[in-house]
Ligand binder design. Structure first.
Ligand code: B16
Ligand code: MG
Length: 212
């Protein structure tokens, strides 16, 4: 049924979602803004600046210019990258690695579809920089999830029609992106709570049940 699978990165392949939380938390604390893991869930899949705008909903300080916002998001990214540099291939579970290889052995094409501009760095850290057949990320899109662009580009890079692709997502914004791009969507983590998903995964390897 499917010819290709497009994986979200953060929250699906590895748990950089926790590092995003830690980095935003450090910045928010410094700026005196309340921030918790529930607010962090709203940042899944959306761009860095859109994430900051959500955090700023609780900001009560002086008005910030666009330049100030860029400076703060860059500061967050530096904190985040320091955490990324500590990642190793051990930060990918054996469930994920074994399933990826099993899917490839079935002849499926595998791609990454991530909003992150740090995708290549993360894949390098976890030893998967040469694994995927295509990478579509925050550097090749103009609109982030829930817009389908990142997944449409991934399908195009794979040379597969959207209706023959399955997307695997942890974010509600990513589920919407996949569905509006005419792709089925398997939800894991936060996205597993969505009623809109095509398949519900309680662990990554559950994918094998829906592929064959
Ligand atoms: P960066 P995904 C997304 O990755 C994250 O879920 C989201 O929290 C983040 O703001 C976005 O990437 C941009 O990341 O700051 O590294 O460019 O879930 O689409 O793989
Ligand atoms: Mg994600």
């Amino acid at each position: 049924k499917y010819e290709g699978i497009i994986f979200d990165l953060d929250g699906v392949i590895c748990h950089t979602d926790y590092y995003h939380y830690l980095a935003w938390k450090e910045l928010a604390d410094k700026m005196g803004i309340y921030f918790d893991e529930e607010i962090n869930n709203r940042l899944r899949g959306i761009s860095r600046m859109e994430s900051f705008e959500i955090i700023l909903e609780r900001y009560q300080g002086e008005a910030l210019s666009y330049e100030d916002k860029v400076k703060y998001t860059e500061e967050k990214n530096e904190i985040y990258k320091k955490l990324l540099y500590k990642m190793t291939p051990n930060d990918v579970s054996s469930d994920v690695v074994e399933t990826l290889h099993a899917l490839r052995n079935l002849g499926l094409k595998l791609a990454i579809g991530s909003s992150s501009k740090n995708t290549k760095l993360i894949l390098k850290q976890i030893g998967l920089e040469n694994f995927f057949d295509a990478i579509s990320d925050g550097n090749n899109i103009t609109k982030s999830k829930p817009d389908p662009e990142v997944f449409q580009k991934a399908a195009e890079y794979l040379g597969i029609l959207p209706e023959h692709c399955l997307v695997v997502e942890d974010a509600v914004s990513g589920v919407e992106a996949a569905l509006s791009g005419n792709m089925d969507c398997a939800g894991i983590g936060e996205a597993a709570k969505s009623s809109r998903i095509t398949y519900r995964l309680s662990k990554f390897s559950d994918l094998m049940d829906f592929i064959q």
